[in-house]
Design a protein around this ligand. Sequence first.
Ligand SMILES: NC(=O)c1ccc[n+]([C@@H]2O[C@H](COP(=O)([O-])OP(=O)(O)OC[C@H]3O[C@@H](n4cnc5c(N)ncnc54)[C@H](OP(=O)(O)O)[C@@H]3O)[C@@H](O)[C@H]2O)c1
Length: 276
Amino acid sequence: MRTGVNDRSDLPIALVIGGGGMGMSTARRLGQSHRIILASLTADKNPKREELLREDGIDATVTQCDITDPESVADLGRFVAERGQLRTLAHVAALSPATGDWRTVLTANLIGVTHIERMCLGLATQGTAAIFVSSLAAHRSDPPSDEIISVLDDPLAPDFFERLEALVPEQESVLAYRLSKFSVNRMCRRRASEWGARGARIVSMSPGLIATPMGAREFSGQSGELKRELLRSTPLQREGTMVETADAIEFLASERASFITGTDLLVDGGTLAAVR
Ligand SMILES: NC(=O)c1ccc[n+]([C@@H]2O[C@H](COP(=O)([O-])OP(=O)(O)OC[C@H]3O[C@@H](n4cnc5c(N)ncnc54)[C@H](OP(=O)(O)O)[C@@H]3O)[C@@H](O)[C@H]2O)c1
């Protein structure tokens, strides 16, 4: 018998994608009631992540996955299936506008998200819940035209970028971020019936301004002034914390959210209500 390994094979599996600030806080929280498989891009950082979660007494395995690579996502699906049934998916990974250009942001935040959604649907059974972390940015401006939406609805099409770029002349990372998050929320609405047919749920959770390393980078980047203006308008007059986003994800994953699917939960301290 092995000792010192936090073995909790009695617990259901939660797959958390993305080992950044919010991903780790989500893994810590879901690790109270699940066995954790955390998948993230940068292999070098993963042993430390596993060590930190295990130090908290969590049954955690951290593995490398590039969500933009279909083969890597298929490998992750097999990795999870070998370990048991998927109870919870928390997809947290994304590139911020400051960390990618137009194409790389759309590739990670929309194409990558779609690969994960398709793979996890294949693992979903009665009671599985999938939570996709989106953003207030999904809600901030008017929806794009119907023509653009129909392209965004099919991000795995081989000519996706050519069709999108013919319709969107200003190919900037901030717009890519907004369009990708708009599409994630839409994906959760459009795919609810497929998930429901398996007795499973799919929802998005849109955080507003949250104090994470990504959030801090954005305050000093291109959209810094816009973010400061949003913060000044926020009714609660502060950023949210990763504890508060973990609260929302934990609730959406739980039995208490058993009739919630195909929708979005906005966790923004009232920012959207104040600015729209
Ligand atoms: N912070 C905010 O204020 C805020 C506001 C609204 C929405 N959000 C959303 O909240 C989520 C988490 O934000 P955060 O602040 O925690 O960001 P973060 O610290 O930058 O973490 C993002 C993580 O995504 C992972 N990732 C990026 N590309 C990937 C890929 N191709 N394959 C697998 N993993 C990949 C990175 O992994 P590695 O570290 O392994 O490279 C990174 O750890 C994002 O969806 C973001 O859009 C954040």
